[in-house]
Design a protein around this ligand. Structure first.
Ligand code: N01
Length: 501
């Protein structure tokens, strides 16, 4: 007891020595919520979260399409400080993850920190402070800004001739219209990424006819999605050590197997993955012509790997059709393909993905010397170790350029990045520094090394994917996840430049 009192007194004394800093977080998704919880835990009280929508949860708020399942195993997809014994299945439904993220935010009382419907339109660095403006007219000053705007967030809309003329219901998969019933309708789905594959599996039995418009076939791993029994959940609840062991075993398999394979560090795992996808295709698609159409001409893992044991059985059903003729235009009654055929539709779903390279592109971000972030990134986004950019002091990114965005847990990535950011923030707090940003030459060297590593990744082995930006750069971490954790364990202080208060 006495010892505790001494410790608390010491902690208080220490707290009074530190400079107080205010932090703005942009985005109330899974990353922003984690940052707020951890900042508070570190003793920072002045935290404001700006969220442009009217709810928290990021991707799990936006995506509500039928069949939405996280392709990262449930027990890996959790905050380290909030393990969850109650996941229902190996891969959790999106609604369950939304509930989990919301539950954590409520438990840690994060919601009062959030300003909803508040889009950050401008950030300007003036005399060691970020001047932040929102679309609601708010103006405030902060010592630190953390961007947690997410990655798969800006829907990509295809620009087919006549898209606006379609007479039925038409929406992007991330803007699902739940007011509409699919029962007995003719549905067209454009795209064959994870989203489209999950929708196909979920809706095929409800609709009269399903037409899937494929531009490029994808490799699909057929992992079963088993339910956890009540006994499993009770065991995880009663013996947290066991849940931790399950987590560690999954992390080892994913990070050292799959993640090492896609960056060219585990040839055997890559071959196993390829063989697993091929086997899934061979065993579940019995029609030779359909199998030919569904067979990719690139390596498994080149595009982000799809996990589904429902897709092949669903696309083989008599009311489903895989359309591989290219789309000529959209007409009021449906889609006209290059062979002249009109595919009549009542509903058209654009499962055409997201632009993961936008970051803060919609805000005007003006750095220390008056340069904008958009001009700094005019030939492609880059950062020092995914976290920060020279000339933009005290602006830190969760999920920044070249973050690991393969089939990983974004929560783990964001927490790893956060703890690195927290160490930089403590430099500001403990050493009365006004600003910290990475040195330009060190940042250049980091990005030269990164670019050299890209060609040996499977993503660069001959396919097109959302990993590429418009300049042809691959925006993912080209090394192992273990290296990501190592590089972000502790900042190398000599890699940064500082200014005193
Ligand atoms: O998007 P995608 P997604 N004409 O970009 C096609 C994550 N996710 O929403 O391959 C015709 O993968 C495009 O064709 P092509 C997951 O990381 C996570 O499915 O470019 N087709 C492609 O088939 C995933 O990787 C979960 O030739 C057009 C599709 O649209 C990421 O989100 C669940 C076209 C887009 O596929 C994105 O997946 C679901 C056009 N003009 C998704 N434009 C989780 O579990 C695009 N396409 C967390």
């Amino acid at each position: 007891m006495v010892k505790n009192k001494v410790l608390i007194a010491q902690k208080r004394a220490k707290m009074t020595e530190v400079r107080s800093v205010s932090v703005a977080i942009i985005g109330a998704g899974a990353g922003g919520i984690a940052a707020a919880i951890k900042l508070r835990e570190a003793g920072i009280d002045s935290i404001s979260i700006f969220e442009k929508e009217n709810d928290l949860g990021g991707t799990w708020r936006d995506n509500t399409y039928p069949g939405l399942i996280c392709d990262v195993p449930s027990h890996l997809y959790r905050y380290s400080f909030a393990p969850n014994p109650d996941w229902s299945r190996t891969f959790s439904p999106g609604s369950e993850i939304y509930k989990y993220v919301r539950g954590v935010a409520e438990e840690y009382d994060v919601e009062p920190l959030i300003s909803y419907d508040s889009e950050v339109t401008r950030l300007e660095y003036i005399e060691s402070r970020w001047h932040l403006h929102t679309n609601k007219g708010f103006q405030g000053e902060f010592d630190v800004v953390i961007s947690a705007v997410g990655i798969l967030h800006h829907p990509v809309y295809p620009d087919f001739e006549g898209l606006d003329s379609f007479a039925g219901d038409c929406f992007h998969s991330a803007r699902w219209d739940h007011s509409m019933s699919l029962i007995g309708k003719r549905i067209g789905i454009i795209g064959t990424g994870s989203t489209a594959v999950q929708i196909v599996g979920a809706v095929v039995d409800d609709v009269e006819k399903l037409s899937l418009f494929q531009r490029t076939p994808q490799w699909v791993l057929g992992a079963p999605n088993a339910f956890y029994s009540d006994e499993d959940k009770a065991r995880y609840r009663d013996e947290p050590g066991e849940m931790e062991r399950a987590y560690n075993s999954l992390a080892r398999t994913l990070n050292h197997g799959f993640a090492a394979a896609v960056v060219g560090e585990n040839e055997e795992a890559l071959m196993t993955m390829q063989a697993g996808c091929q086997q899934n295709l061979d065993e579940n698609i019995h029609d030779d012509e359909l199998r030919r159409k569904l067979t990719p001409d690139y390596s498994a893992g080149c595009k982000r790997l799809i996990v589904s044991d429902l897709f092949y059985p669903a696309i083989s059903k008599p009311n489903a059709e895989l359309v591989t003729e290219s789309i000529s235009r959209i007409e009021p009654d449906g889609i006209r393909t290059a062979d002249g055929r009109l595919h009549e539709l009542d509903v058209l779903v654009l499962a055409t993905g997201f632009d993961p390279h936008r970051f803060l592109a919609d805000s005007e971000v003006i750095g220390r010397d008056g340069q904008t972030l958009n001009s700094t990134w005019s030939e492609g986004n880059y950062a020092y170790k995914t976290i920060c950019v020279p000339g933009f002091p005290n602006l830190f990114f969760l999920g920044g350029p070249n973050s690991p965005i393969g089939n990983f847990s974004y929560l783990l990535t964001a927490e790893t990045q956060y703890s690195y950011i927290e160490q930089l923030i403590s430099l500001l707090r403990n050493h009365t520094l006004a600003e910290v940003d990475p040195k330009p030459d060190v940042t250049d060297e980091f990005n030269r090394t990164l670019k050299k590593a890209i060609p040996k990744t499977v993503w660069a082995s001959g396919c097109q994917s959302w990993y590429f930006d418009k300049f042809g750069n691959i925006g993912s971490w080209p090394w192992t996840f273990a290296r990501f954790e190592e590089e972000l364990a502790q900042p190398v202080l000599s890699d940064f430049q500082y200014r005193n208060c």
